[in-house]
Design a protein around this ligand. Sequence first.
Ligand SMILES: Nc1nc2c(ncn2[C@@H]2O[C@H](COP(=O)(O)OP(=O)(O)OP(=O)(O)O)[C@@H](O)[C@H]2O)c(=O)[nH]1
Ligand SMILES: [Mg+2]
Length: 679
Amino acid sequence: MVTSDVSKGARSVAILGPYSSGKTSLLESILEHTGAVTRQGSVEAGNTVGDASREARDHSMSVEINVATVEYLGEKFTFLDCPGAIDMRYEATAAISAVDAAVVVCEDDAKKVPALQLILKQLEDRGIPHFLFLNKVDKAETRVRDIIPMLQPASKLPLVLRQILIRDGDEVKGFIDLAMERAYIYRSGQLSEEVELPKDDKEREADARFAMLEKLADYDDALMELLLDDVNPDEGTVFGDLSDEFQHGDICPVLLGSAAKGNGVTRLLKALRHEAPYVSQTAENLEVSERESCAQVLKTFHTEHGGKLSLLRILTGQFADSSTVYGRDGAEDRISGIFTITGQEPKKLSGMAGPGDTVAFGKLENCKTGDTISLVKGDDVQVGIPAPEQPVMGISIAAKAHSDEVRLTAALEKIIDEFPSISLEHNQQLGELVLWGQGDMQLRIARERLVRKYGIDVATASRKIPYKETIRKSTEVRGRHKKQSGGHGQFGDVVIEIKPLPRGMGFEFSDSITGGVVPKQYIPSVEQGVREYIASGPLGFPVVDIAVHLKDGSYHSVDSSDQAFKSAGRVAMVEGMKECSPVLLEPVMAVKVVIPSDATAKVNGIISSRRGAILGFDARPGWEGWDVVDAHIPESELGDLIIELRSITAGVGTFSAKFHHLAELTGRLADEVTKSVAG
Ligand SMILES: Nc1nc2c(ncn2[C@@H]2O[C@H](COP(=O)(O)OP(=O)(O)OP(=O)(O)O)[C@@H](O)[C@H]2O)c(=O)[nH]1
Ligand SMILES: [Mg+2]
């Protein structure tokens, strides 16, 4: 059991939960409860401390983490309010890499249970103690005792309800704390008022308390014996078990409240104060407690004024301004300013930052989100966090003004610092810049930030598909290049065979010239002419899977040259390819779709409608109630696949894809493709 102690350093708590469950409202309420703001703002009014960026306000949703450090009863807490939008999941993945505990905000909404499962699984897998905060009880019509069984499938850990509601008809009036057996009536803008346990609620309270104790007794034999002997355990035993089992990751306690109305927030803060582990414990869990100094980068910001800020949780050691720090692969940086952050506003801190603190360091140019840094040279052992998931959507992006091109790449790099789950691909072959992200919302936010923050106007379009073409028939053809323009002429003459090759063989060139009909030194030039030609075949795409064989030709002792034979090779290809029945090839990807099992049948339909071939499906390892469907799907059909998958899976379905093979594309679809390049 933890007893609260100022000297043990500040605690760091992540606020997670499905989209729109009330996380930012909860942070605002915590700020109000702890006196950090005098009046609680609301998300509707757009005056919360969190979500201060234009993109967040415009969309009324969090797009990145909101940070706030508060003092509650003499102890410091830093809260990291993470966005719930599925596109922004990586914010939370990075933010929880060094927290002591998490509060998962959820609500009475069956549709959000899959998203809740995703969040809880991440916390379970990473061993982070977490509470559920069942929010919006002000409008919850369902009885809490029915909500818990609905939520339970999302959690591997047993949900242990610690409070029940007091209702007057349909209206929620207050709550009863089952550990203390005390009743409180919510009051707006003030602390709840303790009242006598309502007579009508006594039986319900006793039942709910017993249910809570039974769950605790599963991990405490002594408590089990007390219960069997019908002995009511004392408050110390109950609180001790609640705290120990929470910290050991045996249970997930559930608290109730209304973030918007500020109800239940005091209980939550008290529970965190008494039960959230301190940084020393977290450092031990992360196996860094023996290290002299160690801090974990949770998020990177580029401020409006252009400075880079790295938000870090300090796990061990004291960090002073201007110190040199060492990061991943020996990267070296100098701290330029230590700041506390509220919302996204930095405030300079004088003095050192020590274990427990969550602060931002200025100008760690070589340091990225997810990195671990140290004050000791050579100590670059990384705590390590999961890599961002493979992007699921890409758009072609270009600066509207030619003069902005260099600035565009620089700005995108900064945006990628802030959102590491976005990536950039310079596709040389297709001549385009592709911005890859976790969904349309994230790409939209990135684009808006480009315009607003960096003043770069961009044009976006669907990304191009790397079509190829090949041939179905063989031919033999003569190519002659002859020019007589006074003085030296030009003369080259070749006979080639063009043949299709099996898929995946690429390009082959050979010759069987005898007797020097094409002099040896010109043969490479013929090959070069052919190679230059196949960069864009009769349909307008690179030609693959063909063999060209040089079998005959003739030359002129004065007029022949490298250039003339190169041209002859090219002329032969232009003529010959027309006879070879060219055909378009489209890239087909090996796709893994992961979805909750109840969506598997629908996914099969989606794959078929996108010209995909299903290879099979299986249970997803380590994910109860989930499937993986393997399929081959043309790349051109993947553009908005994620949108459809998410719409049938309440947002949680996803996929990954990698190139598998090229397949012939004929008919109307092929005509559309060739028309688009011709146009
Ligand atoms: N009735 C009711 N509404 C609430 C409560 N808490 C939040 N809301 C409303 O729920 C909506 C979402 O609130 P936010 O605080 O932005 O939710 P969030 O979880 O931060 O959302 P994202 O960060 O975008 O995932 C807003 O309209 C809030 O006013 C509550 O306790 N009761
Ligand atoms: Mg939010």
